[in-house]
Design a protein around this ligand. Structure first.
Ligand code: CP
Ligand code: NVA
Length: 299
């Protein structure tokens, strides 16, 4: 059983609990764990689109013997003026857990404040901890653990990167971060990683980040909700593309949470190469979240 009521940020788990969730996920993936959530319902609130998060949570609940309900903003009264606080309290009377993908992280915190059931972050502008569970599971599978693995983040200091920075610190994964000036990880995220005793190395030049890396991770430069900053960000991220030139001289694997914008943060040839761990990574969303659900709902 986990100490936390909710999973809003990766460090809502203690480091040992993070390992427990990964172990549970691996056991479920290997077919060794028959834990089930019969008659359990997950309410899934989405303010932004999703392929992986929606489908992996919905499929995961089905496979665990439960059920998931997709709640788009236009489908429910939340999109027509009903407050978050009321929505959260009412949802709590029906469902066993809530997963929410929102813009504002504070809105997620508010949902959790009013919920009587566990709330799971399905991505906010600040964090994507479910992605980190899958990312760490993927790295652990590919390299047999985290000791001695060198990871690099190249690109935007965004939600996916921020959760990875903290998650990497929690498991002792060495991470080097290369972000353009003005687009780095938030200071409080870097401080959290430092407090955990394993901060990332921050560099300016992507070539410095990927040198000696076992795995290079990138994500879109224009996250959902930033479409009006497209021109500004494309200019700022010039030179940060993960392409064959950047990877030349390394035999690094490549990770991406997907969806990818081919030709921007990553090239088609890299994504289609043997370096890409992205399909295992996407699959692992399913296993990681089943592990989380079982542990969080104490089944
Ligand atoms: N990686 C991820 O969260 O993908 P979706 O936006 O498709 O859910
Ligand atoms: N950083 C991206 C991740 C999508 C899964 C976004 O927020 O749009």
């Amino acid at each position: 059983m986990l100490e936390t009521d909710h999973f809003l940020d990766i460090d809502d788990l203690a480091p040992a609990e993070l390992e427990t969730v990964l172990d549970r996920a691996a056991a479920i993936k290997a077919g060794e764990d028959a834990a089930r959530l019969p008659d359990h319902t997950l309410g899934m609130l989405f303010e932004k689109p999703s392929t992986r998060t929606r489908i992996s949570f919905e499929t995961g609940m089905t496979q665990l013997g439960g059920h998931a309900i997709f709640l788009g903003p236009e489908d429910i009264q939340l999109g027509h003026g009903e407050p978050l606080s009321d929505t959260s309290r009412v949802l709590s009377r029906y469902v066993d857990a809530v997963m929410a993908r929102l813009f504002d992280h504070d809105d997620l915190v508010e949902i959790a404040e009013y919920a009587d059931v566990p709330v799971i972050n399905g991505l906010t502008d600040d964090a994507h901890p479910c992605q980190t569970l899958a990312d760490l599971l993927t790295i652990r599978e590919a390299y047999g653990g985290f000791d001695g693995v060198e990871a690099a983040w190249v690109g935007d200091g965004n939600n996916v990167g921020q959760s990875l920075v903290v998650g990497a610190a929690m498991v002792g994964l060495d991470l080097t971060v290369a972000t353009p000036e003005g687009y780095g990880m938030d200071d409080d995220v870097l401080e959290q990683a430092a407090d955990l005793g394993h901060p990332p190395t921050v560099v300016d030049d992507p070539a410095d980040a990927v040198e000696g890396a076992d795995v290079v991770y990138t994500d879109v430069w224009i996250s959902m909700g930033q479409e009006d900053r497209r021109e500004e960000k494309l200019a700022a991220f010039e030179g940060y593309q993960v392409n064959n030139d950047l990877l030349a001289g390394t035999d690094a694997d490549v990770m991406h949470c997907l969806p990818a914008h081919r030709g921007e943060e990553i090239t088609d040839s890299v994504l289609e190469s043997d370096r890409a761990l992205v399909w295992d990574q996407a699959e692992n969303r399913l296993h990681a979240q089943k592990g989380l659900l079982v542990e969080l709902l104490d089944a």
